[in-house]
Write a protein that binds this ligand. Structure first.
Ligand code: ZN
Ligand code: ZN
Length: 276
């Protein structure tokens, strides 16, 4: 396996020859890759001259330094991670900062609401107090009214009597008495209606029996009047009709004399009439 350049990892060639480090690394390098002046290539072997690479020359080529470099690289990587995390943390802080601002605003609004509610509570307390005052005033007015001019029959006045309660009781009593009165009125109306019906039927019966009683008188009278009419017709008396003659008893009971004047007027006409 041909040796490769420790810098560029390519093997050495005829045109690109190499040089071996006489330091602790003993690695091979291209002349070109070591930035060694070209004149060094012409130095023949066996002169006792040595060449060490840059790393070995500055004493940095030991395993502790390698380890340190590895550690440094790891630390750099960790630092990068830390920076990433830091950025994220900053983002989060900004985000939660905004949230906190929002929360602060909300708290301010909440405080304002609490203040206004307290104001309303004070108003309510004030109103309650005014309400109580008004109630007391009304109560005292009621009591005064009662003492001055309200008479409640059958109920002696007492100190601190509850007027409202008394009025309620009285109203109930009044309603009961109204109901009783209404019942009595209905009963009386029914009784009157029954009485009226009885009287009405009795009257009809009376009229019918009256007509029966007078029948022996009215019947012969009708016969007589009919005979009279017939006789007048025979005597050639004009314009005598039977319609004015019948005698009867109707519900208004017209007396017999009602038809008499007609007969008399005809009688006058009879006297005035001179037969040829
Ligand atoms: Zn090289
Ligand atoms: Zn070396």
């Amino acid at each position: 396996m041909p040796e490769v350049c420790a810098t560029c990892t390519s093997p050495g060639t005829r045109t690109n020859q190499g040089i071996s480090c006489d330091g602790p690394c003993e690695k091979t390098f291209h002349f070109k890759c070591t930035k060694t002046p070209a004149a060094y290539q012409d130095i023949p072997a066996g002169t006792g001259l040595t060449w060490v690479c840059d790393k070995c020359k500055h004493g940095r080529n030991d395993s502790k330094l390698d380890k340190l470099l590895v550690s440094l690289a790891s630390i750099q990587k960790d630092l990068k991670d830390v920076k990433t995390v830091q950025t994220e943390v900053f983002d989060s802080l900004n985000f939660y900062g905004g949230k906190i601002d929002d929360f602060g605003k909300r708290m301010d609004n909440f405080q304002k609401t609490i203040n206004s509610v307290q104001g309303v509570q004070q108003d309510v307390q004030q109103l309650k107090k005014e309400c109580e005052n008004l109630r007391a005033e009304i109560e005292s007015m009621h009591q005064q009214q009662r003492m001055e001019n309200i008479e409640i029959s059958g109920l002696p006045e007492k100190n601190n009597g509850n007027l409202k309660l008394i009025m309620q009781i009285k109203m109930n009593e009044k309603t009961e008495s109204d109901m009783k009165l209404k019942r009595q009125l209905i009963e009386a109306t029914d009784a009157v209606r029954q009485k009226f019906n009885t009287i009405k039927s009795n009257r009809t019966e009376n009229l019918m029996s009256l007509e029966k009683i007078y029948e022996p008188i009215t019947k012969p009278l009708n016969v007589i009047s009919a005979a009279t009419v017939a006789k007048l017709k025979i005597d050639n008396l004009p314009s005598v009709t039977e319609t004015s003659i019948p005698v009867s008893i109707n519900t208004s009971f017209i007396p017999l004399s009602a038809s008499t004047p007609k007969y008399n007027s005809r009688s006058d006409t009879t006297e005035f009439y001179s037969p040829p």
